[in-house]
Design a binder for this molecule. Structure first.
Ligand code: GRF
Length: 186
């Protein structure tokens, strides 16, 4: 299964997926990493693995539609079948949704529909929930709203954001690999 990973930040989920692929735990190839932040650390990680990077600044395009159309052109060159969002901090528009129907997935660090959007871990801790978690879901036009594919619960470690965050990221890396394996096999 040929995939593209979209990321705007550190790229730890990208790296976890690539490592799972290399261990033979996920039958896929990351053909391309797409980023809207040319300075993001994910670019360094992708280069280390020898994976091509498409780094575009959305501000340099006349519209979001034009930006996504350029991405689609590149995805087609690599015969990409699935788009895997991993910390990609932008809503996906109808242009990409139409080009890849039911083939765009996202991972979010909460038990959706609780705490969508930015800083889900901070939101959960501020709310005082004792259990949060990770969700893998299909992407639609909304913010973290598409149909849920897989979830795992993670306890909040009281008053310790750093430890809670580490526990969530660890579970993300496991859950994304598992969920994608099941999707690609079915
Ligand atoms: C993850 O927590 C993911 O769930 C969220 O953004 C974060 C990305 O982390 N959507 P990384 O860039 O993969 O390290």
């Amino acid at each position: 299964t040929k995939i593209a990973v979209f990321a705007s930040g550190s790229g730890s989920n990208f790296q976890a997926l690539q490592e799972a692929i290399e261990r033979g735990e996920l039958h896929a190839t990351v053909e391309l990493v797409v980023t809207d932040k040319p300075d993001a650390f994910v670019v360094t990680r992708a280069k280390k693995f020898g994976i091509p990077v498409l780094a575009l600044n959305p501000k340099e395009f006349a519209s979001k539609a034009a930006y996504e159309a350029t991405i689609i052109e590149e995805l087609r060159k690599y015969d990409v079948e699935w788009i895997v969002l991993a910390g990609y901090m932008r809503l996906i528009s109808e242009v990409l949704l139409t080009a890849y129907p039911q083939h765009i997935v996202n991972i979010h660090p909460s038990l959706l529909p609780s705490f969508p959007g930015k800083d889900a871990i901070g939101q959960a801790m501020a709310h005082g929930v004792k259990v949060t978690g990770v969700t893998v879901h299909f992407v639609d036009a909304g913010m973290d709203t598409g149909p849920i594919i897989a979830q795992v619960a993670v306890p909040v470690i009281d008053g310790d954001r750093e430890a809670t965050e580490a526990a969530i990221h660890k579970e993300e890396h496991i859950l994304y690999t598992k969920a994608l394996r099941q999707l690609f096999e079915s």
